[in-house]
Ligand binder design. Sequence first.
Ligand code: ARG
Ligand code: GLU
Length: 714
Amino acid sequence: MIKKLCYFIVLLSISIKSFADEGMWLPQLLQTLNEKEMRKMGLKLKASDIYSINKSSLKDAIVSLGGFCTAEVISDQGLILTNHHCGFDAIQNHSSVENNYIQNGFWAYKKEQELRNPGLFVSFIISIEEVTNSVLNNVQPNITEKERQAIIEKNIAQIKKEYKKETYQDIVIRPFFEGNKYFLFITETYKDVRLVGAPPSSIGNFGKDSDNWMWPRHTGDFSMFRIYADKNNKPAEYSPENVPYIPKRSLKISLKGMKEGDFTMVFGFPGRTNEYLSSYAIEQIKNISDPAKIQIRHEILSIMKNFMIKDETIKIQYAAKYANIENAYKKWQGEVMGLNKSNALLKKIKLENIFTEKIQSNPDWQNKYGTVLQDLSNAYKNIEPYSIARDCYNEIIPRIETFNIAGVLNNWIQTISKDSSSKSQINEKTIAKLEDIFKEFSPEVDRQLFERLLSIYLKNNGKENISPLLLELLKTKDIQVLTNEIYKSTNLYSLENIKTILSNNTKNAIEIIKNDDLFKLYSDISETFNNNVAATVTMLQNVINKQQRKYMEAQMEIFKEKKFYPDANSTLRVAYGNVKGYKPKDGVKYNFYTYMDGIMEKYKPNDYEFDVPQKLIDLYKAKDFGRYAVNGRQPVCFIASNHTTGGNSGSPALNADGNLVGLNFDRVWEGTMSDIYYDPSICRNIMVDIRYVLFIIDKFAEAKNLINEMSIIN
Ligand code: ARG
Ligand code: GLU
């Protein structure tokens, strides 16, 4: 009996424990849903210290950076901290072979040295409110998805019109739980965000692609920016007159560090998850779409890499693109592995069996949800060939830059044909877009990508989905000959040539562009895709969305005892868990902390990924860690069970007192399937210890000006 009871208690604690780690929770609902559990796990704050609209709370220190990452305010002069890889585009834009901030890092020792970044912005969340009833007003059950969307858009427009806000604020309304609920956000967006500091890549991206998504990790993945505001501390476009923003709240930085089991939370803007999918969806992701995308990216990366290791200019030009492509490439491999390892498919099938049993016992549920799983199964079967074609197109076409250039010119033709009166303006905009592309473009690389990727396009697509023009051209020559001919005749890889063409009178210019061989091929490939694939995919995706919405509603109704969190959708969330290691495979157990000793173990002089700046080695040898070390060792990274995803990069890791102890930047490879299925035994987020960040700023960069701005406590 006692044995049985123990077993029961163990089981119970496993299920409670695992439950606590999973989830990206809405900050305004913490008090109702999570506060009790968080306190039990160690939190010393109240939910209202994390999110409140009546007083300053932690949320006032958190911003969405550019819509793709998170950052947090760490001084009362608008200084913000984010990841190196989040600031990378800005760092790259300010870099050249002579002034290589990617390689050497960048530090502003005075505010005048901070660098502006057109296009980069940060958004604060002022308040969050549920508006489901108003958004779904008049939405009847049996209308088409298109009709539904139209009514919702109308309702949203109406709400936005009537809602009271300040002129410098914006309103954002987003669907949650697959469209079963809607929330409204009041935001304030600052558009003058300047680069303040970034370590060399050999620190900020130490271990590069080999270490990406991996634990144990030793990356100092951080960079710093500053928010500027107008004289009234309000959002403003860039101006030299702007002043550092004075925040409502900035985070205190704790040097206390973390012990195994300590409470932590990550506060930020996770991008996209799909936690409530059916087994049919998971099967398709795992067996078809992930493997197909992985294969295509493998080819792209090996071509780029070949050029990048030989040529410094190409290495800088393609650095951000390469890192981006590689990132999801490696993530998907981890995802497939993790889905297999955690038996996600089987677990979903089991859940579906329970679901079916439950609805069969209740005529009302049976009536409402009786066919939803079968409908989803059919829908995934129907979409399969089209989603393969879509993935193939999406993975291939945008990687050929001359096709992107053709796309810009195609837009130019559309716009100028409608309104030729503002030609000089339209040309200016078009050329600006092209200049952006050409900054990161090498014709040699592109030509090889063109040849290789079109071969894959031919192989992966059913004949009916292949461009007829391409098939026609290939009747008389192979793809290599065709590539050479097209690259000889086209004007599209020269910005100068394109500028000359655009300066012609409009009719001639359009004529020349439309007769360009590469443009012709681009047009035919995209037209074939739009006609044969895109429309059908959208239609079938609508069917899936509708059924998935119903399935979500059903799960929430049927599993009443369960607490549901909405899938990530780039809105503000809190994830919480405990600091802990994990067992990636049989016989291996990972510790939860890494130290600088590990950097020196990985160090390979002159290596592309594992080189280290001499100064870092010197500081290490002299044990010159200042106040940032523990017992003579400098901590670098740690892991915890916080449920995070892409977009959480740059999010603060906070301790039980709400002080900053780390900076989230990655997840462990074995656990990247947490976007679809969270398994508490192997899902971990990776954070850089704030003491390593401070050590780099203070001892390596000697940017005391920045350290002095911060509020650092023990
Ligand atoms: N895997 C992390 C994320 O998803 C870091 C990516 C940047 N680092 C890199 N080596 N590509 O964004
Ligand atoms: N590196 C990711 C990002 O850029 C975070 C890692 C993850 O996907 O969890 O947001």
